[in-house]
Design a protein around this ligand. Sequence first.
Ligand code: AGP
Length: 592
Amino acid sequence: MCGIVGAIGNLDYKSFLTGGLKKLDYRGYDSAGLAFWNNGKISLYRAVGSVENLASIVPDGHAGTAGIAHTRWATHGGVTVDNAHPQRSWDKKVYLVHNGVIDNYKELRAWLAGTGCQFRSDTDTEVIASVIAYFLQEGESPLNSIRKTMEKLDGSYALAILFTGQEGLYFAKNKSPLVIGQGDSRLNCLGSDYAPILDYCSNFAALEDRTYGYMTENSIVAYRNGKNLALRFATKDREDYVYDLAGYPHFMMKEIHEGAGVVRKNVEACFDRAKGTYLFDSKLISDLKAADEIVFLGCGSSHYSSEAAAAYFNRHGLRAASYIASEWIHGVYPHLKNPYYVLISQSGETADLISCLDLIEKGAKTLGIVNSKDSTIARRTNHVLYIGAGLEVAVASTKSFLGQMALMMLLCGAISEDASVPESLLAAASSVDDVVERSEEIDALAEGIVEVHDAFFVGRGMDFFAGEESSLKLKEISYVHSEAYPGGELKHGPIALIEEGTPVFAFAGNPDISKQIRSNVEELKARGATPYIVAAETCAKEGDAFVYRFVDRDFAPFPEVAFGQLLSYFLSLRRGLNVDKPRNLAKSVTVN
Ligand code: AGP
């Protein structure tokens, strides 16, 4: 969602700030802005639309010794220049950028309006700037004004703040990520993630909740609960943040090509093939074995990968269930004596999932299965396993989905002492490679459905989860309405939606149940649907739309999802859409 970058020290600020915003733009945004501090004066530039629009209104060679910038994904107020960040206080003393949502901003706005404060925007962010300005007017220092403002704010925020007439780049953080970077000399930076500041800094610290402070070009000072805080800085592996198309036309295509490699990487990291033993921490495995239930929590694609994993755990006789994080927080679920919570997330910053962590009983065991290193979920879970997919830029998850499934299946193999899992995964990775190499065949199928309004994905058993994920991909980037149903459920209602020519993609990866899914397809065909059967070679029949290389039936979702990813990609392109940055969506969903 929104992105923040800022710095103080010796820099070409226009290029640093707009370049930094470009590195954050994969998170999704609808307007952008920046502010420079120069000799006590602040210049503000904001634009609706792309970072390029913003860059076009900022003069080159702008002198400045500090700057903050932001990409906004609208939450409070429409997409307008007035609502873009930086927001400033009504007296123009405080300029700030904000990620997060202030729950009590209406009350604060009413209170400030009573003191004569006037507002130019509809945002909760302008309210924060004006509360800080209120305390400044009361005679408080900038730092105390921030501390007192934090006492008044309910909600989530990562803030980068500049004060007119006061040197220093100030910051505050609660429930939204903010990282600080130390440059080599006369430079310090901050960002909502590492990507925009990685090339400028050598050491990094992720801030904990309720931290606030300021930086100059030579120092960084942080506080929590009014006490000085020693930040723990560490270096970062640049490989985890490579932002490069590597010759591909889109990040999504590049990332689809990387999917099989991520599966192999997980096998290598978790299993010693020479010895035939798993390499997981033995305490983690014994704790998972001892749990009365393994509770998977995730959102979107991360939920679908954990649904497949939970089914796989069940097949191995392990008690496991998968829940949508934003529902689990409201749900009434069986009381468990000794649950083990496994939180699945590509970004590690998904607010709905972090809310689960806030509710999980103290002392309960938690494992994060995460892609982004040192993200909030990685830091807040007792144990973390990284899927090692590298930076995923396209909004639609692809390689991280395959990596998540692979890692959870390996975990299942270790718990249930099933040493066949790695081999099955390697076969699945080869099958994925084969699907990807045959992209053109999938593009030809996409060409045939360019004009459709609705599509269905059906499957049974593990194939159904591949249908769910493929259907989500299709919705996200091609804007075609799509439903995923277990084959047997269609006749209980959804079949009413089938019209002449409705495309139905049916996954058949399990020879034991492929007969049933084929009969479901016949029922749909009889009502006018155009079926496309995507089958494993072991259950393929003449006339199937796409036949993939055999994998163990439980691993069929790997090639099937690769098929769904490519179909969605080509359909999106053929419909002239923005594959990597679909409308209304953000890569990292940091609001509830
Ligand atoms: C997937 O293509 C989506 N963009 C989305 O559903 C995503 O999986 C979801 O928002 C969860 O994100 P996370 O894995 O970063 O927690």
